[in-house]
Design a protein. Structure first.
Length: 235
């Protein structure tokens, strides 16, 4: 595998990846807005660049959909946290954040929309989401595991940005803490999806038949979850 990271005008950074066995160009955009092109190993990079340029209108349209919502001083994050912005009168640069059970406190002498304050606020929001996920998801996973007779070994709550969850061959489940922002029916869909992989290590017919047995509307749930991205979504 060979890779090259390029900056293309009016598009931004693009990762071109040459793979053996790939027979055609394949363009993808991650939840974070990262653009990637998989291309046949023998194809010159110039062909990949030309391909990106021909797809520019579609890429820009997709990037606008991937743009995250802006945080503001009264945003709500997750299921129960809200941001409380506390201005501090001081000539010194002060940025302090604190996460309680329901509030993300941001005390600063800088404007809320400054890059430094936003960066610290985002980090505090991440902590709040992780706390919520660690509080809510383990019991949900344990309950569905028992109900559907799908035992697992360990559960990890992690920062996953390209997927909602995963299951290893050793039956270790990982869930993104961004998951806690979704409606409960979608959380349960993801949990059952990963637990089902403890029995079916693929996405074949048996896997989806099992999913549909307990979630008759599984196709609708699959379409619905594509509307969300694993990232902070203030509301």
């Amino acid at each position: 595998m060979a890779q090259r990271l390029l900056s293309i005008p009016q598009v931004g950074e693009v990762m071109l990846t040459k793979r053996r066995g790939t027979t055609r160009m394949r363009l993808s955009i991650s939840a974070s807005g990262r653009i990637k092109v998989n291309m046949p190993y023998w194809t010159p990079y110039e062909a990949g660049i030309l391909f990106i340029k021909t797809q520019r209108p579609w890429i820009l349209q997709q990037l606008s959909k991937h743009a995250p919502r802006e945080l503001n001083r009264d945003s709500r994050v997750g299921r129960k946290h809200r941001i409380s912005f506390v201005p501090v009168a001081s000539p010194a640069k002060i940025i302090k954040t604190r996460v309680t059970s329901e509030v993300i406190v941001v005390k600063t002498s800088l404007p809320f929309d400054s890059n430094e304050v936003r960066k610290k606020t985002l980090a505090a929001c991440e902590r709040a989401l992780k706390h919520e996920a660690e509080e809510l998801l383990p019991d949900r996973v344990a309950a569905i595991s028992t109900q559907r007779s799908l035992p697992y070994r360990n559960l990890r709550i992690r920062k996953l940005t390209s997927r909602w969850g995963s299951c290893s061959n050793q039956k270790d489940i990982s869930l993104s803490y961004y998951l806690v922002q979704l409606p409960w029916e979608l959380i349960d869909y993801v949990v059952l999806h990963e637990l089902a992989h403890t029995r079916y290590h693929h996405h074949g017919r048996d896997f989806w038949s099992f999913m549909e047995q307990y979630l008759p509307d599984v196709r609708a749930l699959r379409r619905q979850i594509r509307q969300y991205k694993p990232r902070i979504e203030p509301h």
